[in-house]
Design a protein around this ligand. Structure first.
Ligand SMILES: *[C@@H]1O[C@H](CO)[C@@H](O)[C@H](O)[C@H]1NC(C)=O
Ligand SMILES: *[C@@H]1O[C@H](CO)[C@@H](O)[C@H](O)[C@H]1NC(C)=O
Ligand SMILES: *[C@@H]1O[C@H](CO)[C@@H](O)[C@H](O)[C@H]1NC(C)=O
Length: 590
């Protein structure tokens, strides 16, 4: 009897050992997820951080239903769809992006294996990500086969960032974890305005740097050109506009007041905005920045009295050697914050971006889906297409082949945002609106062409023929979608009127016009526009002013040309508010 029991236990032990071996994944069998061959150009390493340094890691998980979010996004954004305009709530989006139970179980047992306390794990970024707080860097290195070091952007005093040149994942997790941030993402957002001197000028010296002879672009010019002059916002209790600033670049209410006094005299007393600070973002109205001033001044002047929110996202803190890395990944931190809010401004303008090729593809794809979450919730998200035409410098490919390759921008290249290029002229009856030379444009290397571009982009490529073959991805998402005034746009900074150039101007101008349209729709009991592109490339295409001259030189080439129809310089063209209103109304009649 005793022997039988013993045999029974032996068998049981053997069986359970086998089961355990079959179920316990080999956490040490790791595969590289993303790696750079060298430290990305313009970055320097300062070596490993202090041994007690910790890092918050964000894990994007594979959703249970792979296409559910994007299908829902197109359902609510495509005119003619039965669900057009039926935007989703935060909770509905969370259900769409939720990972499968098996994914959660697997990832949790991996965390357990590495001794990650349950209490440090939370669901984030609208439900599809996990955030693990305060992981010791040595533990992160061990989990991810990584080597985190402090990196700083050369020639800046920016705070150093904790990044690694490579990271790996256990083979069994490769299909469950889409990306981990921060790891190999080096290209932090940078502003897209050029040339303002007001923020460098000594405070209070003189009141204007405006050069005689320049044709200035002011809010009255823009509202005349894009025909918003007569529109009075009527849904200001429900509609609002958001402007995002990074790197401790924020506006000044005093400058805004002076600007409004000059260009929106009926509104000067209400020259206010709400400030939300996150990720260590500062706010010192006495020390404003021209980029953020321009973004708030033009949106406020064009959409007053629509409420305005300014997000100050951190990321530029004076570097203190070896002391403390800067907080998180700027864009991801903003997304986490905004997606977590039950109510989000209906239109959001961000005049920042960077070269797509500086970001790992996994990272851009996962972030692009977070912008899609905003679209599904009825938010229009606009980004500049960049100021370097088709690219700056020799544009040598990063693969060392010595070939030149045009350099598109991200997030402009994400198909779920609306990217905005630049134009100039047309603000007086004497000139025509043409492409601005600096207008960023081209084709993504990370994102395929979305179906809403299938009608117009091939037409452009046909006209282009074999010119630039191999220098761009003909199957890629075309950039930009639309455009607006970019040059000689007036801004007031530190009590001095000045101008600046860039798609940084075009983006808040376009966002203002979209915000007025949202106001019009909401005040007539209709859904806001949300994700714009299927609508812009569809029913509203004819409402745009087609820009048919100019080009965007770069990479030692003449660049692309603006032609009739869509082009990778000015997109579909510049927005005409009255036409947009009319064509949007027609959609509800027929
Ligand atoms: C880490 O170590 C440094 C130097 O030993 C010390 O000054 C710092 O307070 C420590 N930080 C934490 C979070 O323990
Ligand atoms: C960085 O800080 C140093 C010391 O304050 C200063 O001399 C230098 O000009 C700064 N560099 C930049 C690019 O701001
Ligand atoms: C903006 O561009 C125009 C046209 O190229 C140029 O005349 C002007 O000086 C530029 N302004 C700034 C601030 O760089």
């Amino acid at each position: 009897m005793r022997d039988q029991v013993r045999v029974f236990y032996y068998v049981l032990a053997a069986v359970s050992l086998q089961v355990a071996t079959a179920l316990a994944p080999r956490w040490d069998d790791i595969r590289v997820k993303h790696a750079w061959n060298n430290v990305p150009s313009n970055w320097e390493s300062f070596g490993p951080p202090l041994s007690n340094t910790t890092i918050d890691l964000h894990f994007a998980l594979q959703p249970q239903y792979e296409n559910a979010l994007i299908d829902a996004l197109y359902d609510v954004s495509t005119p003619g769809s039965p669900k057009y305009g039926a935007h989703l709530s935060k909770e509905q989006v969370a259900q769409l992006v939720a990972p499968h139970r098996d994914t959660m179980d697997l990832v949790n047992s991996w965390f357990e294996y590495h001794g990650i306390p349950r209490s440090s794990i939370s669901v984030s970024h609208g439900g599809g990500w996990l955030t693990v707080a305060a992981v010791p860097v040595f533990r992160a290195n061990e989990m991810l086969g990584a080597s985190y070091q402090l990196y700083q952007q050369s020639g800046t005093n920016d705070t150093s960032l904790l990044r690694t040149l490579r990271y790996s994942l256990p083979a069994v997790l490769q299909n469950h974890v889409r990306t981990i941030v921060p790891t190999t993402d080096f290209a932090s957002p940078r502003r897209h305005s050029i040339g303002t001197t007001a923020d460098l000028a000594s405070r209070g010296q003189g009141t204007s740097n405006l050069h005689p002879g320049l044709v200035l672009v002011t809010p009255p010019d823009v509202s005349w050109l894009y025909r918003t002059v007569a529109y009075v916002p009527a849904a200001t209790d429900k509609n609002s506009l958001g402007v995002v600033g990074y790197k401790n670049q924020y506006p000044s209410p005093a400058d805004l007041k002076k600007f409004m006094n000059k260009y929106r005299t009926n509104a000067a007393d209400a020259a206010t905005y709400k400030v939300i600070q996150l990720n260590g973002g500062g706010y010192d109205p006495k020390n404003p920045d021209a980029e953020s001033n321009q973004n708030t001044q033009s949106t406020r002047a064009l959409t007053y009295p629509t409420p305005l929110t300014f997000y100050s996202v951190g990321g530029k803190i004076v570097y203190l050697p070896n002391l403390k890395p800067g907080p998180g990944d700027d864009m991801l931190e903003w997304l986490n914050y905004v997606i977590d809010q039950p109510d989000v401004p209906k239109t959001i303008s961000t005049s920042y971006g960077n070269y797509e090729r500086g970001f790992p593809p996994d990272y851009t794809i996962a972030l692009c889906d977070l912008f899609a979450q905003l679209g599904a919730r009825g938010v229009s998200v606009l980004f500049p297409s960049g100021n370097d035409g088709v690219g700056k410098g020799a544009c040598l490919a990063t693969d060392g082949s010595g070939k030149a390759q045009f350099i598109p921008e991200f997030p402009a290249s994400c198909p779920y945002v609306t990217s905005v290029g630049g134009t100039t002229g047309g603000t007086t009856s004497k000139s025509r609106e043409t492409a601005a030379d600096l207008s960023g444009g081209g084709f993504s290397n990370h994102f395929r062409r979305p179906s809403y571009q299938d009608e117009v982009v091939p037409k452009f490529l046909e006209q282009l023929g074999s010119q630039y073959a191999g220098m761009y991805n003909a199957q890629g998402r075309g950039i930009p979608d639309i455009s607006a005034q970019a040059l000689n746009v007036v801004v007031m900074t530190n009590k001095i009127f000045d101008t600046n150039n860039g798609t940084s101007n075009s983006t808040p101008i376009s966002a203002s016009i979209i915000s007025l349209l949202n106001d019009y729709l909401i005040s007539t009991d209709r859904a806001p526009l949300g994700f714009l592109n299927p609508l812009l490339y569809g029913n509203l295409r004819q409402a745009m002013n087609d820009i048919t001259s100019g080009s965007n030189p770069g990479c030692n080439t003449p660049g692309f040309s603006a032609i009739g129809g869509w082009d990778p310089v000015t997109g579909l063209g510049t927005p005409d508010f009255l036409n947009l209103q009319t064509l949007r109304d027609l959609m509800d009649i027929f």
